[in-house]
Write a protein that binds this ligand. Structure first.
Ligand SMILES: [Cu+2]
Length: 619
């Protein structure tokens, strides 16, 4: 007993000494609890210390926006900043912050904590971090004084993402040029078939200027090369899997390649357990007997689609036909695919994937693999094939000058006529085929493609810079393509699928389920008959949106929460956002191919955590 008391006494003396060193006096009077009643108001606290670097930046953990920036000066270099209390912050030490060269960025950690909640108990306090030292091998920085020993400073957990403006990108976004994924040339062509060879591998690419980011991509690229296919001509994509047995994010190197939106035989669909192991090569044959549309190919491995796509495994597959060519739409250099994806990077440029079961989001917005790029355009019409290739994030795309754009169609091809909008929400895996007309903008002007659902670094997607006048001979036809409208009366039956959270507390529970069951590749959850039409009702009994995606065929939306779909969503689709606690009914025809397919949520971490069902089309 005596020994224990001595140790306790020693500890309390030590802590008191640190507190005296770390915390200054308070300006306010009395103690006001952060969760107290009337009279609790946020004030400010002062954060100060010494650094070996050139600046300390505080980021508001709630908004990912810069809260304060202090440049270090003097010998030794000291800094001081004032922060509003009642919020959570992350602090970053900049090694060499300055014109165009931010050097290394070190998030400030105490143990495993880098989010610090500064409550109003810290009002008027001075929190002295002491010398904040970078740990060169760990990539973090540690303060000599523990701020959590000061009144009002609490551990707020860990947030490993680095806001892109800390790289210098967000201070001055749109500095990098848009990447347009290369169109892959066929390895061979016959009278019926175009064959492509793709090599899947890890690669180091420069996403943040001056830093290398390890990705896994088709031909070492992210996004992968674009395939341009023609209706009626078969495509064979041969994928050689050059991934290691364990790849980025600790995910297995096995893959299952899926052509998203492709109407293909069951054997070619990339069923989640139909895997291509590292070292193996697999040929997928796509008949292309469907309407022209913007498709994409990506990995679909059971349990690991999230990390596989996050680290780079996705590419465009654009299907066209003679009828489309005859419409005179902008083409060639004026028809641009844009895949929007959000990612997180650490201070070394590494992609950070946490595997959040609610869905992974990032605070850097990339288009075609580049953070918030610029794209030089002529003052004329452009056709953009926009894909939300994000794991979880939704975007509401809009132009910063409020101008209208025309939606030609979504996932499954053309609407009967273009639909004029000022904004459009894209859930994960949704596509929009749009025409933007820059002809009314003077040379030298710019317009930003914005995300109205974003905040701070996620509010801007890319910028169009009008840099020249060009004659525009392209057309925006009043009519695009007649649509075969499916009617509810054609359906032979209705099936109901409830998307909900699983029973996490139960033994072996999973986060996300369909009809109460986690995905089982050996259990058939629906058996539509080949050649028939069915209505599928998706009921969302959770507080998160679930973009539902059945394979095998395109569908049409009958209603969303009882209302007909908006005109933009009234054509062929392959993914529909089922809003939180909402209901969506779709109708589709199971034509041509029998066999096993899947229906799943396209929030990839929901899919990986079992929100998927097998259905078999039966002869
Ligand atoms: Cu979901």
């Amino acid at each position: 007993m005596k020994g224990k008391r001595i140790i306790e006494g020693f500890l309390s003396i030590t802590i008191m000494a640190i507190m005296l060193a770390a915390c200054g006096g308070r300006g306010g009077s009395g103690t006001v609890g952060d969760s107290g009643g009337t009279g609790t108001t946020a004030g400010t606290a002062t954060i100060q210390g010494q650094v070996s670097g050139t600046a300390v930046i505080a980021v508001d953990d709630g908004t990912d926006l810069e809260a304060a920036r202090a440049t270090a000066s003097g010998t030794p270099k000291t800094f001081s900043m004032t922060l509003p209390t009642g919020k959570s912050y992350r602090f970053y030490l900049m090694e060499n912050e300055g014109a165009g060269n931010d050097g290394r960025i070190f998030p400030v950690y105490v143990g495993t904590t880098n989010v610090f909640r500064i409550t109003i108990d810290a009002n008027g306090q001075t929190i002295n971090l002491g010398l904040v030292n970078p740990n060169l091998s760990g990539g973090t920085a540690t303060p000599a004084n523990n701020p959590m020993e000061c009144p009002g400073v609490m551990a707020g957990g860990e947030n490993r993402s680095i806001p892109p403006f800390l790289f210098g990108a967000g201070d001055n976004p749109f500095t990098q040029t848009l990447n347009i994924p290369p169109v892959l040339n066929p390895t061979s062509r016959t009278s019926t078939t175009d064959s492509y060879d793709l090599a899947l591998r890890e690669a180091d690419v420069e996403i943040i200027p001056g830093k290398l980011t390890r990705i896994m991509g088709f031909n070492g690229l992210t996004p992968g090369p674009t395939i341009r296919a023609r209706v009626g001509r078969q495509v064979v994509m041969s994928h050689s899997n050059g991934l290691p047995v364990t790849t980025l994010g600790g995910a297995p190197g096995d893959v299952a390649i899926h052509l998203h939106g492709g109407h293909v035989p069951s054997s070619e669909d990339g069923f989640p357990t139909d895997t291509v192991p590292p070292g193996a090569t697999r040929r997928y044959t796509y008949p292309n007997n469907q309407l022209p549309a913007t498709l994409w190919y990506h990995d679909h491995l059971m349990g690991y689609t999230g990390p596989h796509v996050w680290f780079g495994m996705a590419g465009f597959y654009i299907l066209t036909d003679d009828y489309e060519d005859g419409l005179g739409l902008p083409s060639g250099a004026y028809e641009i695919p844009l895949v929007i994806q959000d990612r997180n990077f650490d201070s070394t440029g590494k992609l950070v994937y946490t595997g959040s079961r609610n869905g992974e989001t990032g605070n850097a917005i990339l288009v075609n693999g580049t953070i918030q790029p610029n794209f030089k355009v002529a003052s004329r019409k452009y056709r953009f094939r926009v894909l939300n290739g994000s794991n979880m994030r939704k975007y509401q795309i809009a132009l910063s000058n409020g101008q209208l754009f025309h939606v030609l169609g979504m996932e499954g091809g053309f609407l009967p006529a273009p639909v004029k909008v000022t904004s459009l929400v894209l859930a994960p895996a949704e596509r929009a085929d749009i025409i933007v007309d820059f002809s009314s903008l003077p040379v030298g002007s710019s317009v930003v493609l914005q995300n109205s659902l974003g905040l701070g670094s996620t509010a801007n997607i890319m910028r169009f810079d009008v840099d020249r006048v060009e004659t525009d001979t392209s057309q925006l036809p009043l009519e695009l393509r007649p649509l075969e409208k499916l009617s509810a009366s054609q359906a032979v039956r209705t099936r109901s699928f409830t998307f909900s959270g699983g029973m996490m507390g139960m033994m072996g529970g999973v986060p996300w389920v369909i009809n109460g069951k986690p995905f089982d590749p050996n259990r058939v959850d629906a058996d539509p008959k080949l050649g028939t039409l069915e209505i599928w009702e998706f009921r969302n009994m959770s507080m998160m949106d679930h973009p539902a995606h059945p394979h095998q065929t395109m569908f049409q939306i009958l209603d969303i929460n009882g209302n007909p779909p908006p005109p933009t969503h009234a054509g062929w689709k392959d993914t529909v956002n089922v809003p939180a606690m909402g209901t969506v009914r779709i109708i589709m025809r199971f034509a041509d191919y029998a066999g096993k397919y899947v229906l799943h949520c396209h929030v990839l971490e929901h899919e990986d955590n079992a929100m998927m069902a097998r259905f078999d089309v039966v002869p």
